[in-house]
Design a protein around this ligand. Structure first.
Ligand code: ATP
Length: 264
């Protein structure tokens, strides 16, 4: 781990993470009003990994977008690292459901495209990108274009792009939705490793309760729209966790069953 990553988040106290207070959000106007969120309160500690789960359309993405400044909540207050959210803040990074790689750039160039907004020195960027691509098994594919990569490989590049920024706060929206089960588990393990090596605070939106339980310190369960928080479940499985092993762990299955029951 490089020295700049080791220091990440160290200037923030645990309580200076993400604070969401009484946030409500309505889309549209007139007779086409959709209340997406109602009086949501959430407190996320620095360095923790928290997942948001809930039925389709319950407002997970809306809440994530409000936390990272892409959508402005209409009521309530949000602070991230003690400051109001703003899109493009250098201490936050957002990864979307689809990998959204630029097809005319190679894997390395796709990562660099984001990283050069934060680091001017090309040699430093090249070193960081090469190390991260190698760490996720893409060392030989740095010069490949997205069309030459599988879906799982493209998602890996997108993960590298997100974590290469060394942002203190990382927001992930269904990053592994479209992957087969085995690739998904491999990428989940890579995500845990990137998170633990960067000391970042991660908020993950997912439909997959097993994924939420395997990766998170806490799983926040939302009600159907208008989204409210109906449960906040601490996942006490010790770390380091191996996602593959968890699938044969009865305690893990109990946690997932409990999450299902809360969702219903
Ligand atoms: N830009 C928008 N304009 C109008 N309505 C919207 C907009 N974005 C989201 N909505 C509505 O707000 C509600 C919450 O949407 P959101 O995408 O936050 O839910 P979600 O839980 O992330 O859904 P999914 O799990 O299906 O991705 C939905 O009913 C959706 O139709």
């Amino acid at each position: 781990m490089s020295a700049d990553v080791a220091g990440l988040g160290k200037n923030l106290s645990p309580g200076q993470g993400i604070k969401v207070h009484q946030v409500s959000h309505i889309y549209g106007g007139g007779d086409r009003v959709v209340q997406a969120l109602r009086e949501v309160n959430l407190d996320i500690e620095v360095g923790s990994f928290v997942s948001l789960v809930g039925a389709s359309g319950c407002g997970k993405t809306t809440l994530l977008d409000i936390m990272c400044g892409l959508t402005e909540g209409q009521q309530g207050t949000v602070t991230v690292g003690g400051l109001p959210p703003r899109a493009g803040r250098p201490d936050t990074a957002r990864m979307f459901a689809r990998d959204a790689l630029l097809p005319w750039l190679t894997a390395e160039q796709n990562v660099d495209y984001a990283l050069k907004t934060r680091i001017a020195d090309a040699a430093t960027r090249r070193r960081r990108i090469a190390a991260l691509l190698a760490a996720v098994g893409l060392g030989d594919f740095a010069h490949a274009y997205p069309r030459q990569l599988s879906q799982g490989m493209r998602q890996r590049v997108a993960l590298v792009r997100t974590f290469s920024l060394h942002s203190e706060f990382v927001f992930l929206d269904e990053p592994f939705g479209a992957l087969d089960a085995l690739t998904k588990i491999t990428l989940q393990e890579e995500l845990i490793r990137l998170w633990s090596e960067t000391n970042s605070t991660v908020v993950l939106v997912t439909h997959d309760l097993s994924e939420a339980a395997a990766l998170s310190d806490r799983v926040v369960v939302m009600s159907p729209r208008p989204g409210r928080i109906v449960a906040d479940v601490k996942i006490d499985i010790p770390r380091p966790r191996r996602v593959k092993d968890l699938h044969s762990n009865p305690e893990f299955h109990e946690i997932v069953a409990d999450l299902w029951a809360r969702l219903e």
